[in-house]
Every structure is written in structure tokens, then in C-alpha cells.
Design a protein around this ligand. Structure first.
Ligand code: X8Z
Ligand code: ZN
Length: 601
């Protein structure tokens, strides 16, 4: 079933014809039915009483798929709602700042947010996107929350966000996330204060308050989730080069195929697996010329232990160079756990796949590695202090800036799914969390009945987000562990595991386990000789230590490290006092009418 669905999805993603779309939907519908049947069969057994722990675990995984517990009618309804929300999201088009074109899709809008430095146009694009998507999906989303909660309750959970956390099999998950987030926050606040000081210079006091939160439209990203696109505004030492090897790749005549061969050589140098022949035969490594294809990069496991493919419209530049290594890391994971039973062919927890892939990139994009593979002409230990700080700033804009966003997303879902008036308050809760955790405010007042969270794809698409926060921690934990095996000396950010069989051994041990063991056991393998298997922010903090020190000095004159919120910030999203007053008045009127009726009777 898995093979059939992936084949049909691949066919459509790489050749978007109506015929392929219909076939894909047919297969997906069959799969949804199949899932329901296997769930029903699995629930005929009491998994708690299975003596074999491996069987018990698999049976529990089959039996605790919560949506299938809904009636057929409601099961179909929730699937239909999600697919309508996806469709609405994909079809949003907005007008550019000059309103000369009104066919901007999200990719255009995102490119604009990344490149433009004019506050008014950025604000315009931000508002257009948020105002376009929210109202289209709000009512559907409210019904979806209701159905998802009904399903969760049928399975004995209090709400759908509590049910979603159970894949982590960890009762203390939320405490661990909060604890690690508390560790990262001081570093985030230093980065935040530094970036604000630069934005204050770039945009002036009318747009940026010197001690306040930052408006969402200035950070080079529609959701202010990662800030690497404004590197040019905040670079600590502008006189030093940017770490971009695009020019060198082009000068040396790299092609997409050669980039992938180079990525493969990275993995085989560690003693990991080469790509199978089917990979080279069937992958789509360039944008097809004669047909329409979905160009987002992805790595595919066809579940038959034979077919593994990458789909990427590769251009020859640094970003694609990194993405090729990233996608191939997913294939390495697939290949390593291919001998596990089907249900265990997955990351140890939902953050592991992405965490592993990104941990490889920490090696691949650092100056030491680029020097070793002949794409840069000075090595990491020879690069100056200033260049190292520039590199860490770029990484910090990607990773440190991302932490509060990744953490915030599902904290918001917890409020929406978990409180009785969650959907009524979903917009003010969204902004209240963004202000508290990220220090971000909207560029202008948002309507109480708006739905700004829908601007982020994962919300209408029903994709959990906490996995990205877990991945961020796991990324640095894996990297630290592989670097320890390599016997790396010196600052962590310059470690390169290339050609290290020792690093390869520990990685392959972890990858082979797939999901067959609890992820804490997998983390324990990684921290061999170190701490026990817990989520930890310490490797991330160690990586950024030189930047942390630098920021503390650079921020000496800043009035506030972090942000001070004022009434004017809350006023951007809290229900208007007038509106609350009106509600109270309405209630009094209602009581008065009751009173009169009572007397008449
Ligand atoms: O959703 C994604 C990938 C698919 S797993 C495109 N990412 C998150 C996001 O876009 O918010 C990758 C980075 C985090
Ligand atoms: Zn990935």
C-alpha cells in the first residue's frame, strides 16, 4: 500500500497532469480506507497484554491512530476539510506593493520579503498575505478543531494537541521543551537586541522602537521565523567576505549531478552507504523542461527496500549544494533502517530525520569543510576571528532566531485545541505568544476575528510543528556526538566530520535503529560516555559560545537585552476595550430582558 501511494504521489509531483492527480487521489483514498481497516483489526487485540515488547509497540502504534476512531462520515469530513484548506492555501494570490501585478504566490511574496528593504512595501506584502489567507480558512479550521478534538476524546485524551504529543511516548515532553527553551532564551535575547539595534539604524524610530519588540515584516521572512536573509543589514564585520561558495561552484563547472555525486562521497567517506543504482536512474535532480513539476526538494522512500529517490530542481549555488547534502541524509536514514519491520522504518521520533539531516549540514557549510573540498581558499583555523563571528552570526540568524518560533507554534495549538474558548481567542493568543516568546508584533492592528496563524502552511495543512523544535536540539546533539567521535579539537562550529569512520560508526548505529527503540535510548547511544539520553540545549549553546560572548560585548550600550512590551504592543491584537464594553452591555441587556420576562410571568 505504501509503495502504491508513494509511486502515485511521485508520478504527480514530477509530472503534474490531471490524470496523475486523479490517480494519486484514488490511491490516497484507498490508503485511508486501508488505515481504517488495519486500525479496526489492531484494536481487536489488547496491546497492553502482548508479552513481546516489539509486537506490543507495533500494535500500539497501529491502534492509537486517533482520527480513524471517528465515524466514517466525520472521518471523511475532516479529510475533506484539510484538503480544502490546503487547496485554499495553495491558491492564494496577492498584489505586489505597486499593485501592478496581482498574481504573486507565496514563493514570490517570500522572495520579496527576503530582498526588499523598504518598510512600507514590506508591510504591504505582509498584510496582503495575512489578510488573504486567514478569512478563507477560518471557518473550516474551527470545524476541523472540533472534529480533531472529538477524535482525541474517543481515544481517551483531553484534546487533539495532547493526543498529538503521544508519538513522543514521553510524559515529561512539555517540561523538557520548556526547560531547553529557557536555556536558549538568554542567547536569543542577545541576538534580538543586536539585530534590533541594526534595524533601528536601517529603518528609524518610526518603524523600530529602540527597546521594544520587533515588527514582523522586517526580518526577511514572512513569519520572522529565521532571519538569514537580512544578514547584509546585521553583518558584524562587513569588510570580510560572505561564506558563499556559489561563485566557486560555477567557476569550477559544477553541474547538479556533480553536486549529488559530491554529496554521496561525503557519506561514503564516513563509511555510510552509497546511493543504490535505482536512485541515480529514477531521481529528478533538475527541473524538467517539458512538463510541470513540484519543485520543493524532498527525499522519497518507496517502502519496497529498492526505490529511493530525490526530487530537487537543482541550480548550481550554495543553497542547493547544502540542500543536496540534506536530502541525501534522509536517504541515508531510509537505507539504514530498511531492515526494520515496516512500522519501525522511521526516525526515532518525529524530529530525528530533520535533526540528522541538518546536523550533516553543520559540517558541510562550515569553513573547515569548504576548504577541504576545495571550495574556499582559507581553512577554518586560519580564518580570522572576524570571519568566524560573521559565520556564527549567519548560523545564529538561521538557528537561534528559529528556536522561539519553532517552540511557539505548537504552544499555540495547545491553547487552541485545549481550552474551551480556544478558537474564539485564536488570533489574540497567536500574537500574545509571539510577543512573549519571540518579541514579535504585527505591523499594524490585527482584527479579533482574524486568523494570522493560517499564514503558516503547517497550520491549515494539519502538520505538527514541535518536531522542528526537537529537530533543532537533536541536530546539535548529533553533531556534538559525531565530533566527539572524530576527536575534534577547537571550537565546535569548526568541526568537520568528513572522512571520519569513527563518526560514521556512531551515526550508522543510530540510523539503523530507526524507530525500533525509544528515542531516549537512541540519544543515550549518541551521548556515549556523556550525559544520559535527554533532550539538551547544551550542544547548541556550546556551538554558539563565541557569538554569545561577542554579542554581550556588542550589546553593552543597548537599553534592553530582549524587549520591553508596552500597552501599544498589546493594543495591536487584544480585543478592543470598547468591544469588551459592548459585550458587557449586551450581557446586561440580556439580563434586563430576562428580568422583564420574569416579572410579566
Ligand atoms: O516545512 C519544512 C520543510 C518540509 S519538512 C519544507 N520546514 C519547516 C518550515 O518551513 O517551517 C523546513 C524548515 C522548517
Ligand atoms: Zn528535510
Amino acid at each position: 500500500m505504501c509503495f502504491r501511494v508513494s509511486s502515485a504521489q511521485w508520478a504527480y509531483s514530477t509530472n503534474m497532469t490531471d490524470f496523475n492527480k486523479r490517480r494519486m487521489i484514488e490511491e490516497q483514498t484507498l490508503k485511508a480506507k486501508f488505515d481504517k481497516v488495519s486500525w479496526r483489526k489492531a484494536t481487536e487485540f489488547d496491546w497492553t497484554r502482548m508479552p513481546d515488547p516489539t509486537v506490543r509497540r507495533q500494535l500500539r502504534m497501529l491502534a492509537t491512530k486517533d482520527r480513524v476512531a471517528l465515524s466514517d462520515e466525520k472521518y471523511n469530513e475532516i479529510h475533506h476539510l484539510i484538503s480544502e484548506m490546503k487547496d485554499a492555501y495553495a491558491h492564494v494570490r496577492i498584489c505586489d506593493a505597486a499593485a501592478s501585478r496581482c498574481d504573486f504566490d507565496l514563493t514570490d511574496a517570500q522572495r520579496f520579503m527576503a530582498q526588499t528593504r523598504d518598510a512600507a512595501s514590506l508591510r504591504h506584502t505582509w498584510l496582503q498575505w495575512h489578510d488573504a489567507i486567514g478569512p478563507r480558512v477560518r471557518n473550516k479550521f474551527m470545524r476541523y478543531v472540533d472534529l480533531a478534538n472529538q477524535a482525541a476524546r474517543l481515544n481517551g485524551f483531553s484534546d487533539a494537541s495532547e493526543a498529538a504529543d503521544t508519538v513522543y511516548e514521553d510524559a515529561r515532553l512539555q517540561d523538557e521543551l520548556a526547560q531547553t527553551f529557557g536555556r536558549i532564551l538568554p542567547l536569543y535575547k542577545e541576538l534580538f537586541a543586536y539585530v534590533r539595534s541594526k534595524l533601528y539604524v536601517a529603518y528609524g524610530p518610526d518603524v523600530v522602537r529602540i527597546d521594544g519588540p520587533l515588527p514582523a515584516h522586517l526580518l526577511g521572512n514572512m513569519w520572522a521565523q529565521e532571519w538569514s536573509r537580512i544578514y547584509d543589514l546585521v553583518v558584524p564585520y562587513p569588510e570580510f567576505d560572505k561564506f558563499d561558495v556559489t561563485g566557486e561552484l560555477l567557476r569550477q563547472g559544477y553541474t547538479p549531478l556533480r553536486i549529488f555525486q559530491m554529496a554521496e562521497e561525503f557519506y561514503t567517506s564516513l563509511g555510510l552507504k552509497p546511493m543504490p543504482p535505482e536512485f541515480w536512474r529514477s531521481s529528478m535532480l533538475e527541473r524538467p523542461k517539458s512538463r510541470e513539476a513540484q519543485c520543493t526538494a524532498s527525499a522519497w522512500d518507496f517502502c519496497n527496500r529498492i526505490d529511493y529517490r530525490i526530487k530537487q530542481c537543482t541550480e548550481v549555488d550554495m543553497e542547493n549544494f547544502a540542500t543536496a547534502h540534506h536530502e541525501m541524509a534522509h536517504i541515508e536514514y531510509y537505507l539504514h533502517y530498511s531492515e526494520q519491520p515496516f512500522l519501525f522504518r522511521d526516525g526515532a521520533n518525529p524530529g530525528f530525520h530533520e535533526g540528522f539531516a541538518n546536523s550533516i549540514l553543520l559540517s558541510v557549510v562550515n569553513p573547515t569543510h569548504l576548504y577541504r573540498v576545495g571550495l574556499m581558499n582559507s581553512n577554518g583555523s586560519e580564518t580570522s576571528y572576524e570571519q568566524n563571528i560573521n559565520f556564527l552570526m549567519l548560523q545564529g540568524l538561521r538557528k537561534i532566531a528559529y528556536a522561539p518560533f519553532a517552540y511557539m507554534m505548537d504552544q499555540w495549538r495547545h491553547l487552541v485545541f485545549g481550552s474551551p474558548d480556544g478558537v474564539a481567542r485564536m488570533n489574540s493568543d497567536w500574537w500574545s505568544l509571539r510577543l512573549r516568546l519571540q518579541g514579535i508584533v504585527p505591523p499594524s492592528r490585527r482584527p479579533e476575528n482574524g486568523f494570522d496563524a493560517a499564514s503558516k502552511r503547517h497550520v491549515p495543512f494539519d502538520i505538527p510543528y514541535v518536531q522542528y523544535y526537537v529537530a533543532l536540539l537533536v541536530e546539535f546533539q548529533i553533531f556534538k556526538s559525531a565530533c566527539r567521535a572524530t576527536d575534534h579539537r577547537g571550537p565546535l562550529h569548526l568541526c568537520d566530520i568528513y572522512r571520519s569512520r569513527e563518526a560514521g560508526r556512531i551515526l550508522s548505529e543510530v540510523l539503523r535503529m530507526g524507530k525500533a527503540r525509544h528515542w531516549k535510548e537512541v540519544l543515550a547511544v549518541l551521548s556515549r560516555g556523556g550525559a544520559d539520553g535527554e533532550l539538551s540545549a547544551e550542544p547548541l549553546l556550546e556551538y554558539f559560545e563565541p557569538l554569545f560572548d561577542w554579542l554581550r560585548t556588542a550589546n553593552r550600550k543597548e537599553p534592553v537585552i530582549g524587549w520591553m512590551s508596552k500597552r501599544e504592543d498589546f493594543a495591536l491584537y487584544r480585543p478592543l476595550v470598547g468591544a469588551t464594553g459592548a459585550r458587557i452591555w449586551m450581557n446586561y441587556r440580556f439580563l434586563f430582558v430576562l428580568f422583564v420576562i420574569f416579572f410579566i410571568i
